[in-house]
Design a protein around this ligand. Structure first.
Ligand code: BEZ
Ligand code: FE
Length: 303
């Protein structure tokens, strides 16, 4: 076959995929080709425009290394990351909702007992915050010894992994106790900008969008026999809750950070007075009968 035009080319390319051994790969590639061609036809894509597109994708790739993942950021701001989360995580009733992982999870974070101070060695101060809560199953029973991978940005809106002077800051693996209870000290999260010094930043500016994420802490909660959840806790009242650059906000994930002014309670918890407190429970669905998300952090609870 030869002599293709805009009406016959798509079928010809799809036909070339017929010997793809893996049927799922064939299905994905067929659909991708059809949608890419339909997109080019729909907008009447010019050669200059496609060359600009190639330049953009090349710059995105060149920006990636083991610390910076511009393609994940691109997927995030295009809503594709949250689309994939939505397609794969129909939250079982009563379970904590999943949201985007983001590019700043790091393996090998230090492990802490409940009550740990994640502010240890912090290169920047913030609003002292005591976080406490429980890990429960969807029927409300405590899950003993769950593991909570926690990470959040520093007060300057930068994650420790982005800062050559910081190591495991506001990040740790906290063990819930036998009653499913956990606590740790941190700073109240602040809103911050996604990295905007690359092609994705240019894209945001060209489309008249801001680059901000509402204040949040990240959590991956894991326990044997339960579905791991990759989630956030957002800060109530944040100005960017309705315009998150990566579309990750869910109403059920907005936490109330309240001010506590009580010298006795501050002393009991080892906090300065006044301080900020967040009470937050995570609820996990049993593994059985649920399509499990691929485990990202070590899924074993502490022994
Ligand atoms: C984050 O929350 O860490 C994040 C998520 C998506 C893009 C950039 C940052
Ligand atoms: Fe974040």
């Amino acid at each position: 076959m030869r002599q293709f035009n805009e009406d016959t080319l798509t079928d010809a390319v799809v036909a070339r995929l017929k010997d793809t051994e893996n049927p799922r790969f064939r299905q994905v590639m067929t659909s991708l080709v059809k949608h890419l061609h339909a997109f080019a036809r729909e907008v009447g894509l010019t050669e200059e425009e496609w060359f600009e597109g190639i330049k953009f994708l090349t710059a995105t790739g060149k920006m990636c290394d083991d610390k910076r993942q511009e393609f994940i950021l691109l997927s995030d701001v295009l809503g594709l990351s949250m689309m994939v989360v939505a397609l794969n995580h129909k939250t079982p009733p009563g379970a904590t909702e999943a949201t985007v992982l983001g590019p700043f999870f790091a393996h090998g974070a230090p492990e802490f007992e409940s009550g740990a101070d994640l502010r240890q060695g912090a290169t920047m101060k913030g609003e002292d915050t005591y976080v406490t809560g429980r890990v429960l199953s969807t029927d409300g029973k405590p899950i003993p010894n769950a593991a909570l991978d926690i990470w959040q940005a520093k007060a300057d809106g930068i994650y420790d992994v982005q800062d050559p002077n910081a190591e495991f800051e506001l990040r740790g693996r906290v063990k819930a106790d036998a009653k499913g209870e956990f606590a740790f000290k941190s700073y109240k999260p602040k809103f911050y900008s996604v990295p905007d010094d690359g092609p994705v930043g240019e894209l945001l500016r060209a489309t008249g969008n801001h680059k901000m994420r509402p204040a949040h802490m990240h959590a991956i909660v894991s326990a044997p026999g339960y579905q791991q959840v990759i989630t956030h806790v957002f800060v109530d009242g944040d100005p960017y809750l309705d315009s998150d650059a990566v579309f990750a906000v869910k109403d059920s994930l907005i936490g109330k950070y309240s001010k506590v002014d009580s010298p006795e309670e501050a002393k009991r918890l080892g906090m300065p007075n006044p301080f900020t407190k967040l009470e937050w429970d995570f609820r996990l669905a049993p593994e059985s009968g649920v399509k499990a998300r691929k485990t990202i952090a070590p899924s074993d609870a502490f022994a």
